[in-house]
Structure formats: structure tokens, C-alpha cells
Design a protein around this ligand. Sequence first.
Ligand code: 7TS
Length: 415
Amino acid sequence: MSIREWDQDAIRRDFPVLRREVNGRPLVYLDNAATSQKPVQVIAELTRYYRDYNANIHRGVHTLSQEATAAYEAVRDRVVAFIGARAPEEIVFTRNTTEAINLVAHAYGRAFLQPGDEVVITELEHHSNIVPWQLLRDERGVVLRYVPMLADGTLDMAEARRIIGPRTKLLAVTQMSNALGTIVPVAELAALAHQHGTVVLVDGAQSVPHLPTDVAALGADFLVFSAHKMLGPTGVGVLWARGELLEAMPPFLGGGDMILTVTMEHSTWNAVPHKFEAGTPNIADVIAFGAALDYLAALGMDAVCRHERELLGVALERLATVPGITLYGSADLDARGGVVSFGLEGIHPHDIGQVLDGAGVAIRAGHHCAQPVMQHYGIAATARVSFYLYNTLAEVDALVAAVHEAARFFGRVRV
Ligand code: 7TS
């Protein structure tokens, strides 16, 4: 539900950086899968905290500390509302998605997985959801298995049904591929996994910023995502977990704030979620993340998703006309987020990125920390465009013109 009409100009005015020029051209920021830009509301909240009530939390009787604690804890409630969770105790703040996955691999993996148990991930994962499980495999002797992807960038669901079975103790899967934009049917996978008593971690780094999220409907046991990809500051991630799991898991990091008592021999743990937030947390950025959640909630995630899908549809149609282009992934529009990965024949993606930057168009070129996806297509890298709520159809025009320019430029250089 949108409590505010979709007003593209008003939205753009909220993002000061979008007024910049790059190389003499208006900035067209299309690297949102890497990180999003921040609205004035978030920047102001950050400034307000440092200006008016900077203090450490959970430990001061003084007014500033109480204000900071209240503001920090209030963001937990906003996260609960944003993802349809049940209680603030289920929300752990981490540094980012990567740390949240490592937390689960360490605290859940070490305590509950035995040698020979299977952890299933997919070929579509970001390195953050591959490497922690490889480390756990090497340390603990768990077996790591991959659900393969198909050429169109979707997951091979027939293989998923074959691979996920009674030996699968944990399924860790992205809800949206950062390299291709494919939306993975995680609810279906979770239902399948739960038939075997498998615990399910959903990597929401790309999905939570762009799609409505309801953890109950997802059927996940863990959901992880990063504030910086959803209008919030860097340095804040979220781990949502079913309360029972957090209760059962031993701590990840030890230190201040996560303990109840410490003697020289022995310590006891604070209640969840504090048991998993050792040391002074990223107070300022968590508080500012609250403003990002408010911003997205006011627009409505259905509206955000609709807007991006409109841009995606136009971009895909128009980019397909560029001579020598290959578009990677061809899932239906309603099974895709606002990501386009492409290559131009005979041109390295980094060169595409450079020509586009010359036209003020910021995209990412590389393997996108998803090298298995690149290996699937037998390539080293792609050029990747990723949209967010402030992007416009005029920016799609600028992108398409710049890609045509790159194709022409390098075509000329080759002869
Ligand atoms: N999972 C997915 C699906 C991601 O896309 C990313 C970051 C991460 C995990 C890790 O998030 P972090 O906040 O811990 O870094 N993806 C990208 C990207 O596509 N370009 O830069 C970062």
C-alpha cells in the first residue's frame, strides 16, 4: 500500500547525488545492486544522531545514552514491520549480509552440523553465500552440494527436488541473483526443504531492497540482507532468524554487551538478540537505516517493484537491438528483478563500463562476486545495469544510447 503517490521528480529531489554531473553529463546511476544512493532523510538522521545525542547504548543511565538506546532499538521494530517478523528479539544487526551469513555458518553450522551432513546452495549464489560454507566444509567435513542453474538463468528445480533430501541439513539460497536478476522461488524450495526437516537460509541482499518481503510467506528460518543496498548507510546488515534458533545457537563473537555475567572462569550470555551483538554496534548507521525503512515503507514495496519492472522491460527490449549484444539470463519479466547483464561482441565489459562512464552512466563490469554464474556461461565478466526507485525512462534512453555508442566506438576501432 502506498501512502504517497509515486512522484518521480519528488523522489529524485530526495537524492542529492543525482544532481551531480560526471564527465560533463548528468549522472545516470545504474549500479544499485552494488549499493544504492541515500536520500536526504537518511543523511539527516545520521547527522542528527551525531549532533544531538551521540552516546553508547545499553549501558548508560544518562539521558543521551537512553535516547540513543531507544532510537537504536526502535529500528529493530521497524525491521520487524518491514519483513513481517514477529518480534524484535528475532532481529540481529550485523555489519552486512556477508557477516550475517558467516554468523549462521559459525554459530549454527558449528553447533548443529555433523560430518557428512549436507549443506545445499546453488550455482547462482554470490561469493558471500558460497565461501562461508566451503570454510565450514573444510573445517567440519560437511558435504557441500549445488543446485545447478539453467541457461536462462533460472534454477533447475527438477535437480533441486533431486538434491534436497533427508541428508540436507541446511539450504542456503539467494532470493535474487545479483549477476542476472533472476528471482528464485524460495518459498517452494523452503517447503521442499522443510519436508526433510532442513533449515533454510535466504540471502535477501538483492530481494529485500526491491520486493515486498514477508518472512512467514517465504517460509525461511534465516533471512539476511544489507542496509546499504536499500537506501541505508553502509556498515549495517540484518540477520532475521526464528527465535528458537537464535536461542539455541551459541554466540558468534564474544565481548561486551553479549554477556550477562563474566567471572575469570566463565561467562553467561545476554538474551537474544544481544547475545549476537558483541561490542559497540554501528549505532549511528542503524539509526539512519530506520529512516531508509520509513522511506521505502511510505512508497510501498509493491510500487517500487512495479517501477523497476517497467524500466527493466523497456531496457531489455531496447538493448536487444544493439548490434553484437548478448543478454545473459532470459527469465520471464515477472521472475526478474531490475538487473540486466550483458556483453558486446569483441569488447571487454570493463571497456563497456569505461565508455558508459564517459557518458555519465555508472554500471558495474566484472564477475559481480558470482564467478560460478560466469563459469556457467564460459565468460569472465559481464556489464551489469541495475535499477532502483529513482531511475527513470529517460535514464534508460541515456543507457541505451551509451551502449550503442560503445558498440559503434569499438566496432570502428577494430577495423
Ligand atoms: N548476497 C548477494 C545476493 C549480493 O548481491 C551481495 C552483494 C551480497 C550477498 C553481499 O552483500 P554485502 O553487503 O555483505 O557486501 N552484491 C554486490 C554486487 O552485486 N555488487 O557489489 C556487491
